[in-house]
Design a protein around this ligand. Structure first.
Ligand code: JFZ
Length: 450
């Protein structure tokens, strides 16, 4: 009996310890290196829905007929004022290191001059894309953005929706609680998947995106396809393999078919997981309540909330992709530019505590802020400045070299180490009203004492 208990305890220990180490330090595949260090990116929802200004789901939510939508919305989309350099400048000044823009959202309207023939309007006479379906002319906004990104050392990435409300293969089920588009037939499905791959090949050959960010895998299931659930796990695997062959260094998100552990990183949406995941992840977030431009939505989150969320995400080892929705004319709403600029004001001083960092070394999170680490440094992000003039944190295994405020690295702070606690004396006032960072310079990568 005793022998069995010993074996049981051993097995339990091995299971516990191995999951813990797995959670604490997964390997970062080489191709994800830049992305894992970047930590902060800009999402751009921009498509013919931007003209209507009711968000990117308007077609579905407002029960548009395909023909009406294409004629009254898409054909009028004319982003004459789109200024790629300005958008890249906004991203760069905000401290963002990559940009993901929608190449084709659920509406099915392609933002580039696709040559794949089945992506036509409902009459079958015109190609349904920015170049051929509008009066916008010859400009290629994706290429303009790519060039501006390259000139500014920002990675250029593309979003692509698997389901397609514009495509003739799919019947539209305006929100009925279950499905979003269904396939007309098995042969329509096969042809659509073939054409979708051809579009993706075009995108890769033309724009070499650093990330392909999939979405619209809503109709997925694990086994055989049905008209309603027409996208399968196997399709997701096949798509991933197809893309990796075309572009081995390109990063692909899990939404080639979500929740099957596929792709290169997880993407919980507008949500921050309670603990670090078993692999790399990125959360995307809106600044107000909409992704695509919504003229009635002025309900913006405060800069404080957004910065604190970025910090929380990074301290749990995630990336943060913050969205903007330019207007139909291509300009960026002023509340958006204001917010970005204020985030940038903070990032200019504190960005080094975000880039190239990894999750907190401690198991628990304090109620006044978050910890983030990198080689040689523990960053203590303090959201609520202690009135006692003292900050208490758990001890580290590492030797401490010095402790100081990130905004004032010349002056060292006094501290004591006792009974498993480091007590740091702080000035009375917080150096930054949103989030002040205290830095501990250490030998090596910060590691919790026990
Ligand atoms: C999708 C899109 O439908 C939406 O328009 C936007 O592009 C957003 C970034 O992605 O919406 C989602 C996707 C996933 C979840 C929720 C909304 N999710 O996993 O909870």
């Amino acid at each position: 009996m005793k022998k069995y208990i010993t074996i049981f305890v051993w097995v339990a220990l091995v299971i516990c310890c191995s999951t813990k180490t797995l959670k604490a330090q997964y390997q970062i595949p080489e191709k994800l290196g830049w992305w894992y260090e970047a930590r902060f990116g800009m999402f751009i929802h921009f498509g013919s829905y931007s003209y209507l200004g009711h968000g990117e789901w308007a077609f579905s939510i407002e029960n548009w007929k395909k023909a009406d939508y294409q004629e009254k919305v898409s054909s009028n989309f004319n982003p004459e004022e789109f200024d790629a350099n300005e958008i890249v400048r906004l991203a760069k000044d905000a401290g963002m290191r990559y940009i993901v823009i929608t190449a084709k959202h659920h509406e099915g309207f392609s933002m580039w001059d696709t040559k794949v023939k089945s992506f036509k309007d409902v009459t079958g006479k015109k190609m349904y894309n920015l170049r051929r379906f509008t009066t916008f002319g010859k400009r290629d906004v994706l290429m303009e953005l790519k060039k501006a990104c390259e000139a500014n050392d920002i990675k250029f990435c593309l979003y692509y929706s698997i389901l397609d409300w514009g495509h003739s293969s799919q019947k539209i089920n305006h929100i009925d609680g279950s499905t979003f588009s269904s396939m007309k037939s098995d042969s329509a499905r096969t042809a659509y998947i073939r054409d979708m791959k051809a579009q993706l090949k075009e995108l890769i050959k033309r724009y070499h995106p650093a990330v392909l960010w999939f979405d619209g895998d809503w109709t997925r299931k694990a086994d055989k396809p049905t008209p309603e659930k027409w996208w399968t796990k196997e399709d997701g695997i096949d798509l991933y393999n197809y893309l990796v062959k075309l572009a081995p260094d390109m990063i692909i998100n899990e939404r080639v078919a979500r929740s099957f552990g596929l792709g290169d990183f997880e993407c919980p949406e507008q949500e921050v997981p309670e603990t670090p995941s078993n692999r790399q992840w990125e959360t995307c977030q809106t600044m107000n309540k909409s992704w695509g431009y919504n003229e009635n939505d002025h309900d913006y989150k405060s800069v404080k909330i957004l910065i604190q969320e970025l910090v929380k995400v990074v301290s749990r080892d995630g990336n943060y992709l913050l969205n903007i929705g330019p207007k139909g004319d291509g300009t960026v709403p002023v509340q958006t530019t204001d917010t970005l600029q204020k985030i940038g004001d903070w990032m200019k001083i504190y960005g080094e505590s975000i880039y190239g960092t990894t999750r907190s070394p401690f198991k628990t999170e304090p109620d006044w802020g978050f910890y983030i680490k990198k080689e040689g440094k523990l960053y203590i992000h303090v959201f609520s400045w202690p009135k006692t003039g003292e900050l208490t944190i758990p001890t580290l295994k590492n030797d401490i070299k010095k402790i100081y405020l990130m905004a004032d690295s010349e002056n060292e702070l006094n501290y004591t180490v006792n009974n498993g606690e480091i007590k740091i004396s702080l000035p009375e006032d917080a150096p930054n009203e949103i989030n002040s960072v205290v830095v501990i310079d250490v030998e090596g990568l910060p590691e919790a004492s026990e």
